[in-house]
Design a protein around this ligand. Structure first.
Ligand code: ASP
Ligand code: MG
Length: 445
């Protein structure tokens, strides 16, 4: 039986040569890891996004390009500047400059993705060389051969059937008896143009590739030793969770925990592939295993916070005892590809939150919705999600939660749809305190 494991290394894990060496050591200790999926070195994607934005000032573009060059040069220097690779990286940097110059004249979505993808192309080239330098042979693989997507640039969706077929043809044989290094985040449309899967998409890439390869595990190496009970920058008592179920972890990722890209677990769930999250800086510190089910199923497991929420309230006096109003509203939102997160309804109104910022609520969307109802848009809200198990079944859960929130104005609550979460909206400026209070009361050390 295959023992193949896929390891993904995030931006901070491949920030420079020292960080890359730690990733190399992790791979050398795990010979079953046959595919390494890399992000761009830390900071690189942001620089590329700025270069792709159509920046008009040549001096500003030059400064951005210099910063980009410095990051790549730092890594090349520590590898004693191998001739071929140095020239190759220089060529890529020249290519980026040319693309950014074109973007300044006419920025297009396709150009944007072509530019932004260069970060992963460079980090993977450098990493393969670093591995060779250490005496660990590895093969570089262009993931665009297999990661076929639609052409929604910047947020392309993978075509799973093609991905699977191409992986079987191109990647499975390569991974058979050697280490392969490839790019996260990037893909290619049917016509071959480069696409990207959305910011932070490398985790998702790794999980998709693991699924297509029938891997037995995916490791996500990042800069924190696992998924925490809540953001440790907010609560010093927060601690890493050794094991968590797919359902709980999906809720956490969706509701704001920054460790995993929210889509990451979908392929893992489909194929029941356990996902490990650990720190490449401290692999010995352990991490979090995300599995189908876990032996411990505590009522309260973790707290997530998502800021910058938009609450949309739609009121229609004549909704009383009529049918089809919700269908109408959701039809309009679906047409504009706006996805709804939370929803509560009363007799004549419906309140919902959107998983994107207010920018998706264009005038056009508002006008269309306005034909059917009165519209109210509220901002400055934060979504607090309490994650756990059997929360909708255990008596007294609500009392314990809301006792801890005595002095807080709760704008909207969603409870009961999933046994794994209880979410509510609070004013953004009270959100930190809400998390601190809830953690103290519900997740004491
Ligand atoms: N490099 C990309 C980003 O910064 C993808 C990733 O890191 O997951 O968004
Ligand atoms: Mg990342």
């Amino acid at each position: 039986m295959s023992q193949l494991t896929v390891a993904k290394f995030g931006g901070t894990s491949v920030a420079d040569a020292e960080a890359m060496s730690r990733c190399a050591a992790i791979l050398e200790q795990n010979p079953d890891t046959r595919l390494a999926v890399l992000s761009a070195s830390s900071g690189v994607t942001n620089l590329l996004v700025a270069l792709a934005s159509g920046e008009q000032q040549p001096e500003v573009r030059a400064t951005l390009l210099q910063q980009l060059t410095d990051i790549q040069q730092g890594i090349l220097d520590s590898l004693d500047k191998p001739d071929m690779l140095t020239r190759h990286i220089e060529d890529i940097l020249v290519h980026i400059k040319e693309l950014a110059d074109s973007a300044a004249i006419s920025p297009t979505k396709a150009l944007h993705d072509e530019i932004v993808a260069q970060g992963e192309l460079m980090s993977t080239k450098l990493f393969v060389e670093l591995l060779r330098h250490r005496g660990t042979p590895a093969v570089w693989f262009d993931v665009r051969k297999v990661m076929r997507t639609d052409d929604r640039f910047s947020r392309a969706a993978p075509d799973l059937a093609t991905l699977r077929a191409e992986v079987e043809k191109e990647l499975t044989p390569l991974c058979d008896n050697q280490l392969v290094v490839t790019q996260g985040f990037i893909g290619a449309a049917q016509d071959g143009r480069t696409t990207t899967l959305g910011r932070g998409g490398s985790d998702f890439s790794a999980a998709l590739l693991a699924e297509a390869l029938d891997a037995i595990a995916v490791q996500i190496w990042t800069d924190v030793p696992g998924i925490y009970t809540t953001d440790p920058r907010l609560v010093s008592d927060a601690r890493a969770i050794p094991e968590i179920s797919f359902s709980e972890a999906s809720e956490m990722a969706t509701f704001g925990a920054k460790v995993l890209h929210p889509a990451t677990l979908q392929p893992a769930v489909r194929k029941q592939i356990p996902v490990f999250v650990g720190s490449s800086k401290a692999p010995e510190a352990g991490g979090t295993w995300i599995r189908n089910s876990t032996p411990s199923q505590p009522l309260f497991r973790a707290l997530a916070l998502r800021r910058n929420q938009v609450l949309l309230t739609l009121t229609n006096q004549s909704m009383f005892q009529v049918h089809g109003f919700l269908a109408e509203v959701f039809g309009i939102l679906a047409k504009h590809k706006i996805s709804v997160d939370l929803i509560t309804t009363s007799e004549i109104s419906v309140s919902l939150t959107l998983d994107a910022g207010a920018e998706l609520l264009t005038e056009e969307v508002q006008a269309e919705l306005g034909k059917h109802c009165h519209l109210k848009v509220e901002q400055g809200l934060a979504l607090v999600a309490l994650i756990g198990n059997r929360m909708s079944e255990v008596n007294g859960t609500g009392t314990r939660v809301f006792q801890a929130l005595e002095n807080v104005n709760i704008r909207m609550i969603c409870y009961g749809a999933s046994p794994h979460n209880l979410c509510f909206l609070v004013q953004e400026d009270s959100a930190d305190q809400v998390i601190i209070d809830l953690h103290r009361e519900l997740l004491p050390a």
